[in-house]
Design a binder for this molecule. Structure first.
Ligand code: PDD
Length: 286
């Protein structure tokens, strides 16, 4: 089926959508993005993603996109037009193009490129991996120093996924100075006793929208949360581990490199958090 996509104010069949070869997103990775999940035809945590998008744009001194209300309307229209029951809405905004290649930014009134498309993922919340858990490898984190900005510079995360695949694993956790930063496309957590441990927010990691919600729900459920750095050794010795993201929600991790956690199956905390997250997010979906 040909999807309807959104490009700079127009809704078009995907085969007719065009972006300039001089677009700075294409030439310089000068763009930011958001991925919002859709469950039962409704958007999960749209406001959180919209707020982070605004922050990313501000941090890069990029012109602002359509108003929030209009953004919501575009998301909803694409979900409806493409009959998305479960899936994702991908949004990307780049600094646009003034028709040539130059390291310097184009004039501030250059029109940004705004692109949105949907991905249908039937049964997104019923992923079999949630029952078996994922295996991750650890790799050096060699990304740039502003990982808090959700830019489209995703080459190293892509390489990390390929390294994981080559090692027969599902994903990679990135490591800086012996401490885990985050997964290639998710935030990383370990569970020790009853304590949930995850790296604190800084420029070293993406400020996950799912992370914020999951930590809030965990605290509301009287679970203990510690936001601090943890080492690879500590992770390998943990009772449980998991990741969070808009597309994976809460996903248990059962193996880190050669270390099998607990019994090698998801423990108590990650599946419980997944259940709470999905219940609460569905209630608040718009
Ligand atoms: N990735 N850390 C990184 C490096 C990410 O790329 C992501 C999201 C997250 C989790 O953020 P959130 O909970 O807001 O989705 C953490 C998205 C899903 C992606 O690139 O497809």
């Amino acid at each position: 089926m040909t999807r309807t996509v959104y490009v700079n104010g127009d809704y078009l069949p995907e085969t007719e959508a065009k972006v300039s070869i001089f677009d700075r997103g294409f030439l310089m990775a000068d763009g930011v993005y958001e991925v919002t999940s859709v469950l039962g035809g409704k958007l999960i945590d749209f406001d959180g993603h919209a707020r982070r998008l605004e922050r990313s744009l501000n941090e890069l001194d990029m012109p602002h996109p359509p108003e929030l209300g209009e953004m919501l309307e575009i998301h909803r229209k694409l979900v409806t037009e493409n009959g998305i029951e479960d899936g994702l809405v991908y949004l990307q905004i780049t600094r646009g193009s003034d028709g040539d290649r130059d390291f310097a930014y184009p004039a501030r009134d250059t029109r940004p490129t705004v692109v949105l498309f949907t991905q249908s993922k039937p049964g997104l919340a019923d992923s079999p991996a949630a029952k078996t858990g994922m295996r991750v490898i650890t790799i050096d984190d060699v990304r740039w120093g502003r990982r808090d900005i959700k830019t489209v510079q995703l080459l190293y995360p892509s390489m990390g996924k390929m390294m994981a695949k080559a090692a027969g694993a599902d994903d990679a956790w990135m490591v800086q100075d012996g401490f885990v930063t985050e997964g290639t496309s998710n935030n990383a957590y370990i569970v020790k006793g009853n304590k949930i441990i995850t790296r604190a927010l800084s420029n070293d990691i993406l400020h996950g929208i799912t992370r914020a919600a999951v930590l809030r729900f965990a605290r509301e459920a009287q679970m203990e949360v510690e936001e601090r750095n943890f080492t690879v050794e500590e992770a390998k010795d943990a009772d449980e581990a998991f990741v969070t993201s808009a597309s994976a929600f809460v996903m248990p991790v059962v193996q880190i490199d050669d270390a099998v956690l607990g019994d090698g199956v998801p423990g108590r905390v990650a599946p419980r958090l997944r259940e709470i997250y999905l219940d609460e997010s569905l209630k608040a979906a718009i």
